[in-house]
Design a binder for this molecule. Structure first.
Ligand SMILES: *Cc1c(COP(=O)(O)O)cnc(C)c1O
Length: 419
């Protein structure tokens, strides 16, 4: 697409946008009496307007029914997690039985490691990104230590080649086959939080399996951002949070996917709790854990209904918009952002804003990461003063996410003017 760097062009794209009405479904923070230009949905998504109603409904159920709300509410709390399975399954490309919303992301990473990181003396290594999100690094290290291995031996970190910012596919696949004899698990992000690189998940999974290892992904920056086919790609497991692209409230309930070949197998090892117990007989309260088939068999505790209500409200918007439609708009929005940044550099006569996110749209989602030639942190602070919310990641990266549910082409154009 040949873009133009002017307001009427951006407004024309907005008029033609079939998803433009969704912007009205969100609450924007204000700056000098106007909506901020919010480009931070990769960190915390905006509040959908319908969240308040969903929360009030559940408060009402609580006051009306007390404990009986577990059975008497319009959507009984006893089964409330089921109300999100179909929507989540569409977003990650899975069967509803393979997904469930529960806990928090890092908690879930640990629970999934219990099931899928079962190191032996011979097979104990984990391949991950060298620049993985810190929580993932700490989780993997502590898992390795917990099993009596040393992180220096057991964790293989993939880092970009010197002078590069993203991982090359051939290097990822080569590392997997190089460590094939000792590899237990490949555990990577779907989209790297720092560079915005979207990894080739299907090929990584295939290579991991060919090496005799399992494969899981942290989809914190992928879920609700890029359509996935986790089941068809034969991914073993995945986890995500819901407060980034899924807009489901700060620290909101997270989610997991487990391929049915593991999830339907009662022998798959796991940490157990009563909410993962076979639903039909859960309240007989007998000794001896019998798992509910599917991802629900990994639940430990009863459902945090208020968090789940916010999640359900946000997922209504995904059901209505459709993840494939969102991706189509996202590709256009992000390419427009790339264009306005490149135009800015041209007008300055040098590459002040270096884009480190892949320029190939197939290898990225709704995020552009930039390294400033000079004064990165000051540039960022000035943007905030002028009503642009992005984020700053130490040591030197500015991240901006034009989110297709609520950002407009005009937002991106104005961003280019202000930067
Ligand atoms: C946002 C993010 C987290 C945050 O973990 P929480 O347990 O939700 O606090 C972890 N990992 C990745 C890759 C993230 O992007």
């Amino acid at each position: 697409m040949q873009h133009e760097n002017n307001l009427s062009y951006a407004q024309k794209l907005d008029q033609e946008d079939s998803l433009k009405e969704f912007r009205k479904e969100f609450l924007f923070p204000q700056h000098n009496g106007k909506d901020v230009i919010y480009l931070c949905g990769n960190s915390l998504g905006l509040q959908p307007k319908n969240v308040e109603k969903y929360l009030l409904d559940q408060l009402k159920n609580w006051s009306t029914f007390g404990v009986e709300g577990h059975f008497k509410s319009a959507t009984p709390w006893m089964y409330y997690q089921k109300t999100t399975q179909e929507s989540l399954a569409k977003i990650v490309g899975a069967k509803p039985i393979e997904v469930v919303a529960m806990n928090q992301l890092t908690v879930n990473l640990h629970l999934l490691m219990v099931s899928f990181y079962r190191p032996t003396e011979k097979r104990y290594k984990i391949i991950m990104e060298g620049t993985a999100f810190p929580s993932d690094q700490y989780a993997m290290e502590s898992q390795v230590l917990h099993h009596g291995f040393r992180p220096e031996d057991a964790i293989i970190e993939l880092t970009p080649r010197s002078g590069e910012y993203t991982l090359r596919k051939e290097d990822i696949l080569a590392a997997i086959s190089e460590h094939a004899d000792s590899l237990a698990l490949v555990m990577m992000g779907g989209v790297n939080y720092y560079s915005g690189q979207f990894f080739p998940l299907a090929e990584i999974t295939k290579a991991a399996h060919a090496a005799g290892a399992l494969c899981g992904f942290d989809l914190a920056h992928t879920c609700g951002n890029i359509p996935l086919q986790l089941h068809d790609w034969d991914v073993d497991f995945a986890a995500w949070c819901s407060y980034k692209y899924l807009n489901s409230s700060p620290g909101g309930i997270a989610g997991i996917y487990i391929h049915e070949k593991h999830a339907l197998n009662p022998e798959t090892p796991r940490f157990a709790g009563w909410w993962g117990y076979q639903e039909s007989t859960r309240f007989i309260m007998k000794k001896g854990f019998i798992p509910e088939p599917g991802a629900e068999g990994w639940q430990l505790s009863n459902v945090p209904v208020l968090q789940m209500a916010a999640h359900r409200a946000a997922l209504d918007l995904f059901d209505a918009a459709g993840i494939e439609n969102l991706r189509t708009k996202s590709l256009a929005l992000t390419s427009y952002m790339q264009f306005v940044i490149q135009e800015k550099n041209k007008s300055l006569g040098y590459e002040k804003y270096k884009i480190i996110t892949p320029l190939n749209p197939a290898e990225r989602g709704a995020q552009i990461s930039i390294i400033c030639k000079e004064g990165g942190k000051e540039s960022f602070d000035k943007l905030v003063e002028q009503g642009i919310i992005g984020d700053w990641r130490e040591p030197e990266v500015l991240r901006f996410a034009p989110v297709p549910l609520y950002n407009s082409f005009e937002d991106v154009f104005q961003f280019g003017q202000i930067i």
